[in-house]
Write a protein that binds this ligand. Structure first.
Ligand SMILES: Cc1ncc(COP(=O)(O)O)c(C=O)c1O
Length: 419
């Protein structure tokens, strides 16, 4: 089935992504797994190749032209990342490998020098393992207490008990956007309550940075983390932003080259921010690629990115709802303006049998449609939802209504196969 519709305003962007020209299993590639990792536009690929073919050298070390150009390119990427999230200074932007590494940096360098037995860390039931496991590890090591903000049946944070949960807490760790439910959390009031209780606020922006304008100051965050690969950039590059006073007071995370001003037989003096937290050769070409991804998103405009996401998600919710009724059931808020373009769903055949998410993903793959099936690194949430796994389709700038129709057609194939 194919529905007649006007192409969205970003439909032209598709041609910027070379991988979308390939075919999979004899079918047009329909990539609906951008929440796991996004595809890369030609400009990001070009920037990475240009770095390696024209400017490759290690950074902060050489006095020769190539090394100075490499250093300038790396630091320019940091400045772009700082502007992208409204950070007051690039000195507050630390390049990491990923969101996961950024969260671990906070759990090691900030938490291990600020938290002791009996201190409380508040998390939510919708956190990704990256914002759960580092705190479990710290709890096991230090005896800190973990408290959890529960969810409403619609998949929003249930803030009824927030004052009690925050009472005496030292840190609130919360995702801006759920990678399972798509829920967009309003960080500002949470941060206000956390600060009033004396807690710092760590925001997981892995699913937010690709889609939503982020302004760290107005949001009230103290730390914020995101990954380049989910926002059109390369893998192996992430960002931790932190408030300068907090970062200044923290000890280094990893030790080695690059992160020192002096090393003696009897000790060392760490480098200034942000290099204090960047031990060893950093991901240079990856940072340059991230800079190009930020340029691309800025050119499109983050408001247009978000508007496109809402439009494709609305179309998906309504058209798949019309086609399959209750047999296509999504987790999380029903209103597309309250959610991201992540659709975790259950699918039931016309014979009334639920289809396992892995079976859905496999049949969809045979139709050229890539969706994720599994626990999405959110096992606590899966348990709360009462499922082992979900199938998840996620949309980005290069997806359009045709992709949603292809998903619908492929689900019809699932129905045929399992009825
Ligand atoms: C909400 C959220 N947080 C953290 C992560 C971890 O990101 P990375 O694997 O790039 O470290 C992900 C990745 O799926 C995510 O969706």
């Amino acid at each position: 089935m194919s529905t007649i519709h006007a192409p969205g305003p970003l439909a032209r962007l598709r041609t910027d992504f070379p991988i979308l020209n390939r075919r999979v299993n004899g079918k047009r590639l329909v990539y609906l797994d951008s929440a796991a990792t996004a595809q890369k536009p030609q400009s990001v690929l070009d920037a990475t190749i240009d770095f390696y073919t024209q400017r490759n050298a290690n950074v902060h070390r050489g006095v020769y032209t190539l090394a100075e150009e490499a250093t300038a390119a790396y630091e320019e990427a940091r400045a772009k990342a700082a502007r992208f999230i409204g950070a007051p200074s690039p000195r507050e932007v630390i390049f990491t490998r990923s969101t996961t590494e950024a969260m671990n940096l906070v759990a090691h360098a900030w938490a291990r020098s600020n938290l002791n037995a009996g201190d409380a860390v508040v998390l939510t039931h919708m956190e990704h393992h990256a914002n759960v496991v580092p705190w479990h590890m710290l709890a096991a090591e230090r005896g800190i207490e973990l408290r959890w903000i529960p969810l409403t049946p619609e998949g929003h944070l249930d803030l009824t008990e927030l004052p009690r949960l925050l009472d005496g807490a030292k840190l609130l760790g919360v995702t801006k956007v759920s990678n399972v439910l798509g829920t967009i959390n309003d960080i500002e009031p949470l941060a206000e309550a956390a600060h009033a209780a004396g807690a710092v606020v760590l925001v997981d922006a892995a699913q937010a940075a690709p889609h939503i304008t982020l302004e760290v100051a107005s949001m009230g965050a103290d730390f914020l983390a995101f990954s380049g690969h989910k926002m059109l950039g390369p893998t192996g590059i992430g960002v931790l932003w932190g408030r300068r006073e907090l970062l200044e007071a923290m000890p280094p995370f990893l030790g080695g080259g690059e992160m020192i001003t002096d090393v003696r037989l009897d000790g060392f003096t760490p480098a200034e921010l942000p290099w204090k937290f960047e031990a060893g050769t950093p991901p240079i070409a990856e940072a340059v690629g991230l800079g190009a991804a930020i340029d691309y998103l800025r050119d499109v405009g983050m408001d247009a990115v978000r508007a496109h996401e809402v439009s494709v998600t609305s179309y998906a919710v309504s058209s798949l709802g019309e086609r399959f009724g209750d047999r296509f059931r999504i987790h999380g808020p029903a209103d597309p303006s309250e959610r991201s373009g992540v659709l975790s769903f259950e699918f039931t055949t016309s014979g009334g049998d639920p289809v396992h998410p892995h079976d859905i993903a496999q049949v969809l793959d045979s139709e050229g449609v890539c969706v994720r099936a599994g626990h999405h690194c959110a096992k606590p949430l899966m348990r709360i939802l009462g499922v082992n796994a979900t199938a998840r389709a996620s949309f980005y700038v290069y997806n359009d209504e045709d992709d949603v129709d292809a998903l619908g057609d492929a689900l019809t194939a699932v129905d045929k196969m399992f009825t």
